[in-house]
Ligand binder design. Structure first.
Ligand SMILES: C[S@@+](CC[C@H](N)C(=O)[O-])C[C@H]1O[C@@H](n2cnc3c(N)ncnc32)[C@H](O)[C@@H]1O
Length: 246
């Protein structure tokens, strides 16, 4: 990821509509699985600047965070996060069968991940039997745009591709769904705009401020939570996938 992106992420991830909406969808999954249960051991693989691990993931148990970037971990510490490790998701510094839940939100698609399949096998290794993986990944190769240049995207996925990866890495597929369907048309328009008028410098989507529409967009995305977590959405700009280590 472009090193400047960490400061931007840290600055916006508590209030930007995209993060708020994605947090609502993620919590809809986690509430169903873990609400009112014994605290669990959670690994957030590719924790970035730490919003997920220090806010909503912490509600379900004890959270460990790891990331390849020292800059990301520095921001995690500013948030008061402990239990941090600098490592690659392709080679995790934890023993087998350590965690009940591993989350990895928008990480495995990055160029700095040498192999998504091997990384999934590694996540499977550190999960306990019956443990769960919750992934979020960007969808559709044809939606590659200037944002992907900034975050160093290696690959965007379709639902069948994610399902194959989960199976090949030894997970039992629990649930896979697209998400962020309502705002896909807006992203397509932005992509067409970039084609017609290429920006002087690639810009991450996070740099775009929604202003007075921030709350509305957050509610639109959060409003997808019930569909994403139950019947599933047939299209969208992101993919959520849950798998169980048999
Ligand atoms: C788009 S950010 C997502 C961060 C966070 N999960 C979130 O949802 O905000 C991708 C993160 O993956 C990390 N990353 C990239 N390659 C990695 C690797 N091989 N191992 C661990 N983390 C990696 C980056 O440093 C960055 O923090």
């Amino acid at each position: 990821m472009d090193p400047r992106e960490y400061a931007l992420m840290y600055a916006v991830e508590d209030r930007h509509w995209w993060y708020r909406g994605m947090a609502a969808i993620t919590c809809a999954f986690l509430d169903r699985w873990y609400e009112n249960r014994e605290p669990i051991r959670i690994l957030d693989a590719g924790c970035g600047t730490g919003a997920a691990m220090t806010t909503y993931l912490a509600r379900y148990g004890t959270v460990w965070g790891m990331d390849i970037a020292a800059e990301a971990l520095r921001f995690c510490r500013q948030r008061g996060a402990a239990r941090l490790a600098r490592a690659s998701v392709a080679s995790l510094p934890y023993a087998e069968d350590t965690f009940d839940l591993a989350t990895s939100f928008d990480v495995l698609y990055e160029q700095a991940v040498p192999s998504d399949l091997e990384s999934l096998r590694e996540l499977r290794r550190v999960l306990a039997r019956g443990g769960r993986l919750l992934l979020r990944l960007p969808a559709y190769a044809w939606m590659r745009r200037s944002h992907d240049a900034v975050v160093h995207t290696r690959r965007r996925y379709t639902r069948p591709e994610v399902e194959n990866l989960l199976r090949e890495s030894g997970f039992r597929i629990e649930h896979v769904s697209y998400a962020n369907a309502a705002l896909l048309p807006a992203a397509m328009l932005k992509k067409i705009g970039e084609r017609l008028f290429p920006p002087a410098r690639a810009q991450s989507d996070l740099a775009l401020r929604a202003g007075i529409f921030n709350g509305l967009l957050a509610r639109i995305l959060a409003g997808e939570a019930a569909r994403v977590t139950r019947s599933g959405l047939p299209f969208g700009l992101s993919i959520f996938a849950a798998g169980i280590k048999p």
